[in-house]
Design a protein around this ligand. Sequence first.
Ligand code: NAG
Ligand code: NAG
Ligand code: NAG
Ligand code: NAG
Ligand code: NAG
Ligand code: NAG
Ligand code: NAG
Ligand code: NAG
Ligand code: NAG
Length: 897
Amino acid sequence: MGLQTSGLFFVIFLSRTFGIQLDGHGYTGVLIAINPAVPEEPNGQVLLLRIEDMIKDASLSLSKTAGNRFHFKEVTILIPSNWKTQKEYKKARTERYDKAHVIIDEPNRAYGDEPYTLQYGQCGDEGQYIHLTPNFLLDDKLVTVYGERNKVFVHEWAHLRWGLYDEYSDEQPFYLSGQGEVEATRCSIKITGQQCGRSEAECKNPCDTDKKTGLPTGDCIFLPDTHTSAQESIMAYPSLYSVVDFCTTETHNAEAPNRQNQMCGNRAALDVILNSSVDAGVPEPSPPFPTVYPTIWKVQRRTRVVCLVLDVSGSMQGPRILLLQQAATLFLREIIEDTAIVGIVKFHSIASIQKSLTLIDSEQTRETLVKALPTTASGGTQICQGINKALEVVMEDDQNTEGDELVLLTDGEANDNMQLCLETVKSSGATVHTIALGPNADQILQVMANKTGGIFYQSTDSIDSNALVDAFASLTTSDGNLTQQAIQLESSGKTTLDWFNGTFSVDLTVGNGTVITIIYEASPPRISIRSPSGDMLSVSDFSHDRPTKTLSLKIAGTAEVGEWHYSLLNEGSTAQAMAITVTSRAARADVPPIIVKAHMNQKSSDGNKAMVVFASVTQKGVPVIMADVTATLVSDKEAIQLQLEDKGTGADAVRHDGIYSKYFTQMKTGRYSLKVRVQNKGKARISTHRYSGAPYIPGYVVNGLVVLNPPKPPVNHEPVEVGSFSRTATGESFVVELPPGSTGPPPFPPCKITDLKAKLEGDNVTLTWTAPGDSYDQGTASVYHIHWSEDLGLLRRDFNETPAVNTSTLSPQEAGSIEEYSFSSYYFNITNGTSVFFAIAAENAKFVPSEMSNIARVVKYEPPVPQQQKSTNVIAIAVSGTVAAIVVIIAVIIYIK
Ligand SMILES: *[C@@H]1O[C@H](CO)[C@@H](O)[C@H](O)[C@H]1NC(C)=O
Ligand SMILES: *[C@@H]1O[C@H](CO)[C@@H](O)[C@H](O)[C@H]1NC(C)=O
Ligand SMILES: *[C@@H]1O[C@H](CO)[C@@H](O)[C@H](O)[C@H]1NC(C)=O
Ligand SMILES: *[C@@H]1O[C@H](CO)[C@@H](O)[C@H](O)[C@H]1NC(C)=O
Ligand SMILES: *[C@@H]1O[C@H](CO)[C@@H](O)[C@H](O)[C@H]1NC(C)=O
Ligand SMILES: *[C@@H]1O[C@H](CO)[C@@H](O)[C@H](O)[C@H]1NC(C)=O
Ligand SMILES: *[C@@H]1O[C@H](CO)[C@@H](O)[C@H](O)[C@H]1NC(C)=O
Ligand SMILES: *[C@@H]1O[C@H](CO)[C@@H](O)[C@H](O)[C@H]1NC(C)=O
Ligand SMILES: *[C@@H]1O[C@H](CO)[C@@H](O)[C@H](O)[C@H]1NC(C)=O
């Protein structure tokens, strides 16, 4: 470390690629970003040292897991721009706060100082980011609670990189094993320890046993023995000294009712890493093992420098150039932040500078830029020339292109050599966001964005889709300060001969800098806008820019909270297209706004697997649940609407985590835009329930003595009212390319059932689950197959070979319905202390079967019979706490990549 002469530094820097990559056995491109809310004084420099120490030690710890396969090689820390440190940090290139893999930020309200990873894909899928707080890094008292930072980091890395899950469980800390023993939920089973009543500080008395389940009652905790010799697992107890690795197939505890088993089909962590994660198939290195210390860079983002690179070739003439002006005007007026520096380049047969770099510091400078937008179009499409010209422009400020942004818009194919240009841009360190207007724009646009850390947008060329405005409005770059971010409350359009009406809501978290922008095709519409308290605004309140057919109104101060109604009347004699966009910003610096983000699980698809649409609705990381979320996917051939769900079934991995998901199955070849609309239809609320996190250890057994940790740092669980709110958000566009000649994807199977539960009541077994569809989670499946075994491993490996339950009287209901099926336990010899496991698969009309479901289990438990009393059957762990007769279950998911 520390031997980066500037020459060497530059060379290494240039060779870097975008995103996390595995270079041999070392991870490169890992980005850690510090939120600007973390103050530089007094602890900023200490914090940086702690981060570096944590990463170096974590690299060593990581290299000791998984057969020495992995370590950290190149890590970059993005320093907030408001840190005015003496030190000269390098200028950030494509590193951006929104893309960080690890964020250091104030506590999330749901988690406090507990480290956690935002993870909402299926088993084996990469997560979004790891969240650590300054306290976690600075306060050594938290080390006793969570464990050494480096090992906690490896635990979180396993969530983030390999889609592993926790092997402890706060919901079900104990379970009854197949041998009828009470066990603490953990991996491996070799971790020794002791039960301890939480209220009994000294743990003198044994825990009370629940008479129905045979399990310790709610207040009982498990304290691991610090002298245990178990080496696994980091997913359960990273804080134990001896624990240094992940569970293997041999050491895995497949029975424990934890998320790992539930989500990953009862498979061992190492099995998932080596067989189903992004790093599947990485071979074991042969000794000597490589150096494991990472190189750590520190970079800082400078002023935002953006150059619009606009196509004015012949095909842009007419409606397209108008659309370009309208969308770029909105970007220059409302989206790009003060202090940014903006230039404009246009290209057709030649490229030219429309406006050199201009600092945005007033409404006037914004207007000068708007006036510099091109208004006419003709000639060829020399895209490459345009890009080169733009690279010249963004150098004007500091003779350097690194970290600068280009926004390239075109509707056609390049007449010049784009491959050459791609290389130039890649080595310039600039980011190119690309906007394809209409169906014929150059195919290289998506690649160029992808290779430079930019975003690709596909836009239709109609005003009423508002797609081009949405693309420009999405070109916000957040440094993590949500107060400054432009937020879309409404984006909608219509082609009509008369009325275009609608509503949007201003909620308590937004309202400042609210702007209503209306664009039209032919003649200005009559406008009437009614505020929540009944005030009326009309066209005379708007400023009208006739050449660009744009009307805009800035609401002074903070816009009134509540529902706003708009009515636009086309007064012309023919139908015309109109669109409305409402943007706003945070109303208070101390109340983070509700933010919506949307993305697909993949940027492109060949139709082999269904894609998944995700939308996250959160208030600074805290989920907003039970909102109404619809996604619209538009290509040049079709527009598809999907209702996204947050129910924990089908495509949605976790119920009520504020992530709304749905499968997209009806794909056709083409480029699709993605837009989501979120509303509160009355039920939405903010939930501070946690789903994952670093294991908090309540205490340990040290040399036979119980040592309790300080209680978990308090977390504020106070719910916050959401009230009426509305948002629209545009995600990155994606490309579907089916094999030539095919008109649709192959028939998809019903989606995997992930919520199977089993219950034993008297002599009946009752199974419940959510119905899958004919094609993933849409339509109706044809038939169910239910199999059972007393051997968990057998059922997992050979579902079809295990005995089937007669399902001839069971016919599937529509996707999303709750299914329930009861049958006699007569066929299973279920006696006290024994378990039977069940799994289910659905099949569609084309006889395509789904993957096997999670595995559910019934355990028979009969309490000891006091003398002279009759034996009664009783329940064990009832998930819902229902009163019945015998037991439950563990829901588990199998993931086959
Ligand atoms: C966020 O931005 C606002 C507005 O520019 C500013 O007043 C505030 O200090 C910033 N907050 C942080 C934590 O940087
Ligand atoms: C990966 O999968 C194969 C086949 O299912 C299995 O034999 C192997 O043990 C798995 N690898 C690990 C590390 O579990
Ligand atoms: C984007 O780049 C990544 C890595 O460079 C690659 O794996 C991916 O396929 C690319 N996607 C597209 C759509 O080009
Ligand atoms: C929003 O505007 C109000 C005035 O209406 C002002 O008091 C407040 O500070 C502004 N909030 C932010 C975050 O700028
Ligand atoms: C739209 O709103 C106007 C006035 O608010 C109303 O007169 C008109 O009937 C509405 N039109 C439609 C189609 O809802
Ligand atoms: C078991 O199922 C049968 C038929 O479905 C029903 O008549 C009986 O009441 C059930 N027994 C219990 C204990 O639920
Ligand atoms: C399944 O049950 C149905 C009706 O209860 C019965 O007619 C059929 O013979 C049974 N099938 C098998 C394989 O036992
Ligand atoms: C049922 O299980 C018990 C205990 O495991 C065993 O003694 C008995 O023989 C079994 N009965 C049948 C019919 O398999
Ligand atoms: C059932 O098994 C448990 C141990 O798993 C035992 O404590 C209990 O006495 C048994 N019940 C009966 C009725 O034998």
